[in-house]
Write a protein that binds this ligand. Structure first.
Ligand code: AMP
Length: 218
């Protein structure tokens, strides 16, 4: 089993970079944010519990997140390669992930820290639009759809995530600084942290990460 983590502030590009890696490698994309949004949309008990936290830009309780992650790992993946995006977000979650992996005789191979300046994070988040139907991501300036408000891929409507409003964005960045940033030194001490500049065009960041993952032994 191979495991990598994409770590970085909201707007660092975790989702779009994960998409680029997924399409050129065996890593399956495990995004706790996507899983939670699906649960909210479907109105499941998990979704009902998570919705208010997400709207405020706060973290959803660890127990809910861990159950989602374990459920996903139990489903397995063809090549046994996982890429976590948006998880872990606290030291407690990182410890729980270590325990989950240990049970599976696995460990974290690399943690990629996606680095971008704060002004860029904010402009990426405020301009972000997502297809309601297929989840494809856009940006009003950087990655505009061919027809305003309409997805190029499936023709679905584009919308702005509830937590991409400016006041919530500032809270999410604050939550990242207070609760997630300490993971940088946690993983640095373990010797698995790789810093990657994610202010560049997405394909350059993806290529750099793929070079590292291709060198990982199974
Ligand atoms: P994301 O799509 O990763 O930006 O996540 C959107 C929201 O989902 C976050 O602001 C949190 O409310 C919630 N969330 C996603 N992943 C986690 C996690 N690992 N722990 C707690 N909350 C999470």
């Amino acid at each position: 089993m191979r495991t990598i983590i994409l770590l970085g502030a909201p707007g660092a590009g975790k989702g779009t970079i994960a998409e680029g890696i997924r399409s050129s490698s065996p890593f399956v994309h495990v995004s706790t944010g996507d899983m939670l949004r699906e649960a909210v949309k479907a109105g499941t008990p998990v979704g009902q519990k998570a919705e208010a936290f997400m709207k405020r830009g706060e973290l959803v309780p660890d127990g809910v997140i861990l159950a989602l992650v374990e459920e996903r790992l139990d489903k397995g993946s063809r090549d046994g390669a996982y890429m976590f995006d948006g998880f872990p977000r606290t030291i407690e979650q990182a410890r729980m992930l270590d325990a989950i992996l240990e049970k599976r005789a696995a460990r974290i191979d690399r943690v990629f820290l996606l680095d971008a300046p704060r002004e860029l994070l904010i402009s990426r988040l405020t301009g972000r639009r997502v297809c309601r139907k297929c989840g494809q991501g856009y940006h009003v300036v950087n990655i505009p759809p061919r027809k305003e408000g309409i997805c190029d891929v499936c023709g679905g409507d584009l919308y702005q995530r509830a937590d991409d409003q400016e006041s919530t964005i500032l809270n999410r960045l604050d939550v990242y600084t207070r609760q997630t940033e300490s993971l940088i030194s946690f993983y640095d001490k373990k010797g698995v942290l790789v810093r990657v500049d994610s202010a560049r065009p997405r394909q350059d960041t993806v290529a750099e990460i793929l070079r590292v993952t291709e060198a990982l032994t199974v």
